[in-house]
Write a protein that binds this ligand. Structure first.
Ligand SMILES: CC(C)(COP(=O)(O)OP(=O)(O)OC[C@H]1O[C@@H](n2cnc3c(N)ncnc32)[C@H](O)[C@@H]1OP(=O)(O)O)[C@@H](O)C(=O)NCCC(=O)NCCS
Length: 173
């Protein structure tokens, strides 16, 4: 999907698929902090397949985009999945952005979100949305630094448990 990506410090963004499932799972395994917040335990082994397969109601794989950030050695250091035209036409919804814990605070999250913003603009999209668990304070700071604003606090059922999230959005100019 991203064909004209810019390289950043020798990292590149590429589409990922089931062929990369092992690398995505290894990335999940390395992000213990995130999975402790989201599911109360480290990754268990099925997360990569779930991220690759998960679709909101009434959406198809036509609108699902899975991207990876690779370093020069082809190691996967980041993953993001997003859905085009969800929940409304013109809105893109980010499912999860995950950066390897050893590669954080190096601008990689910012890099991939800037590339996604360009991609949404090119598609004439108007908004990018995300839901952030309220306990995930570092992620909230990250999204705020990227220009996302909180529109409401909401309750959802996440992994079978009632959770509070901040709904955040970025308005494409
Ligand atoms: C949130 C996450 C994606 C950020 O990725 P990253 O590559 O480390 O972020 P960047 O280096 O591009 O940071 C950009 C800016 O965001 C803010 N930021 C990022 N992480 C932060 C933190 N832990 N605390 C405070 N601010 C933070 C800073 O303003 C930072 O700029 P600076 O480094 O110049 O100060 C990463 O920490 C991660 O994968 N976390 C676990 C998964 C997760 O929570 N995903 C989001 C789910 S909603």
């Amino acid at each position: 999907m991203i064909s004209n990506y810019n390289e950043y410090k020798n990292f590149i963004i590429k589409d990922v698929s089931h062929n990369d499932q092992i690398k995505i799972q290894e990335l999940c395994n390395s992000c213990v902090d995130y999975f402790l917040i989201s599911q109360g335990k480290p990754a268990t082994g099925n997360e990569a397949q779930e991220f690759l397969m998960v679709l909101p109601p009434n959406k198809t794989f036509e609108d699902k985009i899975n991207l990876g950030i690779f370093n020069i050695a082809e190691d996967l250091v980041g993953f993001v999945d997003l859905i085009r035209n969800y929940p409304q036409n013109g809105t893109w919804y980010i499912g999860l952005l995950l950066i390897d814990s050893k590669a954080r605070r190096n601008g990689l999250g910012k890099y991939i979100i800037h590339e996604i913003i360009k991609m949404v603009k090119k598609d004439s999209g108007e908004k990018i949305k995300i839901g952030v668990l309220i306990e995930n304070e570092s992620a909230l700071k990250f999204w705020e630094s990227m220009g996302f604003v909180t529109t409401e606090k909401s309750e959802i059922i996440f992994e079978g448990v009632n959770r509070s999230i901040y709904k955040m959005e970025y308005q494409i100019l």
